[in-house]
Design a protein around this ligand. Sequence first.
Ligand code: NAD
Length: 259
Amino acid sequence: MATTAVAPATATAPILLITGASRGIGAATARLAAQRGWDVVVNYARDAAAAERVAAEVRAAGRRALVIQADVADEAQVLAMYERIDAEWGRLSGLVNNAGIVAPQARLDEMSAERIQRLMGVNVVGALVVAREAVRRMSTRHGGAGGAIVNVSSAAARLGSPGMYVDYAASKGAIDTFTMGLGLELAAEGVRVNGVRPGMTDTDIHADSGDPQRPFKLAHTIPMQRPGRAEEIAAAIVWLLSDEASYTTGTLLDVSGGR
Ligand code: NAD
């Protein structure tokens, strides 16, 4: 009996790494990216079971998922994550630098240096090192086939978050500047770099800063009078990753209900 070799549906799918993809905006981005044809590396820091649930949703959409634990603030863990992606799947062509933290609400004169260093370590140093490794794989300068990077900033970068977390706002300001600079650095090397600035979005990050209800308490300060949903942020991220954004680089897109 003749047999026909059929390439698996996943053979040509582009590979996307999303940091901090076990919940919130990262998880919503993983789900939508899978629906749009990406194979997804689900990076997580702590909650393995949640990361596995996201991976199951990626697979249910017909795409591959690879779950990898790595603290983005730890260079050795980031390098090990990329080595695993290289070995098991090959070169990636998409990165969403999504992992981010806030600390409990405070004024600057109440913050310890340790808190500020950890926050900058995850939100800024982590994002730069994770992006550096992506560039080494995507840029035509390194023999890559190009790609797209989306950095998740925040409306806080523009607003400053006085009395709440100026350290967090400063970290996102750094992400904005980094996005513009790297976009220009790579513009002729086949890699687009853009950022999304979410406004107040209903995710678990607010519990970490001490007030899970903050997005709803502050809804009156948002022109649309409601917090965003993770899926609404994901839609902008996935668009910036897509070929529909092929002439867009070095720019920041506000997804903030007008705030
Ligand atoms: P979230 O807390 O639900 O998700 C953040 C994810 O990052 C979690 O999965 C967490 O485990 C992961 N993470 C944290 N530290 C990590 C580390 N060191 N290494 C790897 N992963 C790590 O919050 P979210 O709202 O989904 O936040 C996603 C991004 O969106 C963050 O960068 C955040 O700053 C940004 N953002 C959120 C809002 C909002 O209102 N929710 C607004 C603006 C920007």
